[in-house]
Design a protein around this ligand. Structure first.
Ligand code: NAD
Ligand code: IPM
Ligand code: MN
Length: 352
């Protein structure tokens, strides 16, 4: 069971250390871990955010465990060399088009949400974010118009097959949950979204057991705060999914809690090949201080065991240990507590 371990930048290595302690404690037989530089660390050591050896290791692995990338030192490099290109490159190169971002309220944490506890307590949703298309991967540039003004532009586009395959992921996810799928778009303004909506409706014919609804993204942002309990599975495009998932994290309590799985069509002998990472970034403001909450990273490890290695029982064990630590009041600074990165890791280990 080959795992490529890409810790990355900022708090990436700190949170990865805790996730690897948890993995180590499970003492799973047959694991083969390969660590590689990525992001700003990749650029600094090898001149590229996604060095060829890192990409090769990710391709050869059954799963990629990813920390975070992003380094203020690199923000002014040409775009192709910036740390963020590493994660975009991996998603694209490995054709990981389906990003699952679950947001569920942990018992005892209702008071930590920015929402009223009785509203936050009902959160149990899954954002299915398309990850290979949209304005992220279209042509883009900064050009000079005839009258001399500079214009920045990014092409937003979705081909119907790209929408169809993520719609299937959304419908199937809903079948395994409360059987409600909400497709979020901006079809009142964008042609890209009109096609998205048309294709989702076409795909729905294959899933008569799933209740499909549609919502404009501005309303969805509002509903997520007003009544997040109404959502079961949300399927949406790359950009809207990026934004709504950060918002959902705060509804649960903190961005330090939300994990993700990025999956494609490739199957290995153990499960589905995937990349697993917290939804947050490298948090340069707290990097190196031992303050980062490693729970999102540890929960990403659980998702890896579930999806890429079919080790559901071990995944549940990790999730229960994290929930137990939270329930016992082991809270990082992001949740108003004072537990540090290592202390939180320790608390999770103790409850495994
Ligand atoms: P961020 O998610 O890194 O941080 C936002 C805020 O949340 C910060 O105040 C940070 O301290 C806090 N935070 C994030 N994770 C935390 C954790 N585990 N524990 C406690 N607090 C936490 O977003 P940003 O500041 O907008 O971006 C910083 C860098 O990360 C940028 O370079 C950005 O491009 C990159 N980024 C990378 C990824 C990724 O690797 N997948 C995701 C998002 C952002
Ligand atoms: C995320 C991040 C990335 C994204 C960035 C770092 C490219 O924000 O994984 O949510 O926008 O997808
Ligand atoms: Mn994001």
């Amino acid at each position: 069971m080959k795992i490529a371990v890409l810790a990355g930048d900022g708090i990436g290595p700190e949170i990865m250390e805790q996730a690897l302690r948890v993995l180590d404690r499970l003492a799973l037989p047959g694991l083969e871990l390969t660590s590689c530089d990525v992001g700003g660390a990749g650029y600094k050591a090898h001149g590229h955010p996604l060095p060829p050896a890192t990409l090769a290791a990710a391709k050869a692995a059954d799963a990629v465990l990813f920390g975070a990338v992003g380094d203020p030192d690199c923000d002014n490099l040409e775009r192709a060399l910036r740390p963020e290109q590493a994660i975009l490159g991996l998603r694209r190169e490995l054709e990981l088009f389906a990003n699952l971002r679950p947001a569920t309220m942990f018992k005892g944490l209702e008071d930590m949400s920015g929402l009223k506890p009785e509203i936050a307590g009902a959160i149990d949703l899954l954002i299915v974010r398309e990850l290979n298309g949209d304005v992220y991967f279209g042509d883009k540039g900064i050009r000079t118009l005839d009258d001399g003004r500079r214009q920045g532009w990014d092409m937003m586009a979705y081909a119907e097959d790209e929408v169809r395959r993520i719609a299937h992921v959304g419908f199937r996810a809903a079948q395994g949950r409360a059987k409600k799928l909400c497709s979020v778009d901006k079809a009142n303004v964008l042609e890209t979204s009109q096609l998205w909506r048309d294709v989702v409706i076409e795909t729905a014919a294959e899933y008569p057991d799933v209740e499909l609804s549609h919502m404009y993204v501005d309303n969805a942002a509002m509903q997520l705060v007003r009544n997040p309990g109404q959502f079961d599975v949300v399927v949406t495009g790359n950009l809207f999914g990026d934004i709504l998932s950060d918002q959902a994290s705060m509804c649960v309590g903190s961005i330090g809690l939300l994990a993700s799985a990025s999956l494609g069509a490739e199957l290995t002998q153990y499960g589905t090949k995937g990349l697993y990472e917290p939804i947050h970034g490298s948090a340069p403001d707290i990097a190196g201080q031992g303050k980062a909450n490693p729970m999102a990273m540890i929960l990403s490890l659980a998702m890896m065991l579930r999806h890429s290695f079919s080790l559901e029982a071990q995944a549940v064990r990790i999730e229960a240990a994290v929930a137990g630590a939270l329930g016992d009041g082991v809270l990082g600074g992001d949740l108003g507590g004072n537990a540090g990165t290592a202390e939180i890791g320790e608390a999770v280990l103790a409850r495994l």
